[in-house]
Design a protein around this ligand. Sequence first.
Ligand code: 2AM
Length: 197
Amino acid sequence: MSEPTTVLSGDRQRLFLAIWPDAALAARLHELTRRTLPPGQGRAIETRNLHLTLAFLGSVEPTCRSCVESLAGEQRPPAFTLIFDCLGYWPRSHLLWAGCSQPPAMLRSWVDHLRGALRRCGLEPETRPFKAHLTLARNVRRYSGIGRGGRVAARMRHERVDDVAPVEWPVTALMLVSSETRPHGARYTILREWPLG
Ligand code: 2AM
C-alpha cells in the first residue's frame, strides 16, 4: 500500500528554490548532526534531504511554476563557496541548523533577485531579511550548545549559535524542488536545475 501524501488541490505543488550539497558534504553535515544532537533529542534530517532554501514559493499552480521557472534563472551568480562555521538552534521552531557567520554579500542579492522573481509571478515571498540556514534536525526540544567558544546570541531566547570547524560548500547550481509531506517526513524531488555561471 502506498503512503498517504498531503493532498493539494488540482495540479498544485509545494515548491521552493534551493541549493543542494553534494553527497560527500551532505554526509559530513549528517555526521556533524549525529555528534551534536543530545541523546534522544530531535529528528536528524536524512542525508539525501539536506539543503538550503533560498526562496519558498508555497503551494502553487502550474502557471505560477512556469512563471517562476522562466524568471528564477535569469540572473545567476558565478559559482561560489559557502563556509559553514556555526551551528544554530532556534528554540521556538525547535530547529538545529548549520549556518555561515560571514555569508558572501552576493548571496543576499541573489536571494533578493529570487524573491523579486516570485513577486513578479504574483507570490508574496518572505519579507524578513534572509538568514542562510541549513536545517540539520527538527523537533529538538533541548539543546545546550556545543563547540568552541559557544556564544549566546543577542536574541538569546530566540537563537543560540556555536562555532564549529569550518565546512566548505562549493555552490554550483540552483534547484527548483517540490516537497510532499509524508508520515515519516518530507519527500523532496528536484524538478529543475540551473548551473551557476
Ligand atoms: P526550514 O528547514 O527552515 O523548515 C521545504 O519545506 C523547505 O522550505 C525547508 O527548507 C523549509 O525551511 C522551507 N520552508 C518551509 N516553509 C517555509 C516558509 N513559510 N517560508 C520560508 N521557507 C519555508
